[in-house]
Design a protein around this ligand. Structure first.
Ligand code: 8IG
Length: 275
């Protein structure tokens, strides 16, 4: 039974239950940072450090079995590099298009906050609008345009989204790799990819990346008091940017080809943030 199917259940209480279960199963009292791994990023966990415990996500309140091939379905506690700090790696994202509602979409970052995290790194695979961004290009998210028409927040919850994608954390990421470009992420509902006309619209609006995640989670994370870093892996040129059709297989292959490089990058950034 999906706890988010009950309209009177408190989503923040479900996040507290999830955090308690994670602490019990991992033996780790506090996870100082959380990472949400999107398409293409699934192979990067081991690069972050020593794996302390790996939990099937559906055994933790509010998380479900993965809906998509290439999305892991695990929650992993990692001791980061040579530090004593722990990262919670969430390879169990719920997308808005899965129709479990915004509470399920926000659950990962709310659980991270309840686990003691101060920072969340949101990663994704996405389409790129810049034709010079070849498959495998990593882009720091500087801002977003949320085209889902939804919010993870309910009622009169007014949250400031200025500097949502922390300029401080982007500077730290640039210390690890000064060459990383930045771009505006445009979240569509999906699950279909865009038409070329929609991609052209995203560009006119000021977007550089198109995807189906991250924006709603970033809003929920800010509301939960987390500092947010967003990192995109361009797994395909957005529709109409290249003459080729889009496929999910292409996305998975791009992630596999980039695995070691993006694992090293993610580990470097995570250590820099914790230090
Ligand atoms: I991976 O081109 C991946 N996810 N909306 N568009 C959208 N989502 C994506 C894309 C893309 N590539």
């Amino acid at each position: 039974m999906d706890p988010f199917a009950d309209p009177v259940a408190d989503p923040f209480e479900i996040a507290r239950d999830a955090a308690a279960e994670i602490a019990r199963r991992t033996g780790v009292e506090q996870h100082e940072i959380a990472l949400v791994l999107g398409s293409g990023w699934g192979g990067t966990t081991a690069a972050l450090g020593e794996i302390v415990a790996e939990i099937p996500a559906h055994e933790v309140p509010g998380f479900s079995k993965p809906a998509v091939h290439g999305h892991g379905g695990t929650l992993t506690s990692v001791r980061v590099g040579e530090t004593g700090a722990h990262a919670l790696v969430i390879a169990a994202r719920t997308h808005f298009y899965e129709d479990r509602g915004v509470r399920a979409v926000a659950h990962g970052v709310r659980t991270a906050a309840e686990c003691g995290a101060r920072t969340v790194i949101l990663t994704n695979g996405c389409g790129g609008l810049d034709p010079t961004w070849s498959t495998g290009t990593v882009v720091l998210i500087s801002d977003h345009i949320n085209l889902t028409g939804a919010s993870p927040l309910e009622g009169a919850t007014f949250v400031d989204l200025t500097d949502l994608y922390s300029s401080r954390l982007r500077e730290l990421a640039h210390e690890v790799d000064p060459s990383l470009p930045e771009g505006v992420y445009v979240q569509f509902r999906g699950p279909h990819y865009e038409t070329p006309a929609e991609v052209a619209m995203a560009g006119i609006m000021g977007g550089h990346l198109v995807g189906m995640s991250t924006s709603l989670e970033a809003i929920a994370a800010r509301h939960a008091g987390l500092e947010v870093l967003g990192i995109s892996l361009v797994t395909n040129p957005a529709a109409g940017i290249s003459p080729a059709a889009l496929s999910h297989e292409e996305v998975i292959a791009a992630g596999q080809a980039a695995r070691d490089r993006i694992g090293t990058l993610l580990a470097g950034i995570t250590e820099r943030i914790i230090a």
